[in-house]
Design a protein around this ligand. Structure first.
Ligand code: GRF
Length: 212
């Protein structure tokens, strides 16, 4: 069982893009009652709005690019070491467009979550909104899950359903998903930080604290 520590949980957030999910976590963690604070934001690329958002809030940032390493395995080791240097309790992949590898999972397996813009197990991979639209589903959504070695396959922490409208294109659908996704991420990262929980196979259980 993961028992939260009395002080705010330390979050490292990894991003690759605009960072609106990151921003939602930055805003939520401004309230001490949230129970978590972001100690670093990392990215696999330079020059993205996600990093700029962190910098504007005085949060330390780092960039670790695959291209700067001999191979993907070396990048994975390096990323794991850099993240470890911030001593996170929880790692949040918030629009991080790379798969973390074995070295990362050895260190942070069970305490790394990712958000995916589809209702798992449907439409895994890079194009959740596009694939949902192409399939003609009427409801899609977002999934927060504990990262494992697969592509968007880990144990599910939370899901939120979002309607598909007749006149949606990929952009309008993804924006609607992201509005719900951000609220889900904030709610459930907070619960992971504040509430004891355990992972039992594919099921995540929260254990109410005993009243004193
Ligand atoms: C989110 O929908 C995330 O699930 C997906 O990319 C989007 C990132 O958005 N993988 P942002 O960078 O947080 O604005």
């Amino acid at each position: 069982m993961t028992e939260p520590r009395p002080e705010p949980s330390r979050l490292v957030v990894l991003v690759s893009g605009s960072g609106t999910n990151l921003q939602a976590l930055i805003d939520a963690s401004a309230d001490p009652a949230y129970g978590a604070r972001i100690v670093a934001v990392g990215a696999d690329r330079d020059g993205i709005e996600g990093l700029a958002r962190a910098q504007r809030h005085g949060i330390p940032t780092f960039v670790d690019r695959v291209a700067d390493h001999p191979d993907r395995a070396a990048w994975d080791v390096s990323l794991a070491e850099t993240v470890a240097s911030y001593e996170p309790d929880l790692v949040v992949l918030a629009g991080f467009m790379k798969l973390t590898g074995p070295a990362f999972l050895d260190r942070f397996g069970g305490r790394t979550v990712n958000t995916h813009p589809a209702l798992s197990p449907s439409f895994p991979g890079m194009h959740g909104p596009r694939d949902a639209l192409a399939h003609g589903v009427k409801v899609t959504g977002a999934t927060l899950f504990v990262v494992d070695a697969g592509v968007d396959t880990g144990p599910i922490v939370a899901q939120v359903a979002v309607p598909v409208e007749d006149d949606d294109d990929v952009e309008s659908l993804h924006e609607r998903i992201k509005t719900s996704e951000r609220a889900m991420l904030v709610e459930w990262v907070g619960r992971l930080a504040r509430e004891p929980h355990s992972i039992d196979g594919r099921r995540i259980r929260f254990h109410p604290k005993e009243q004193s």
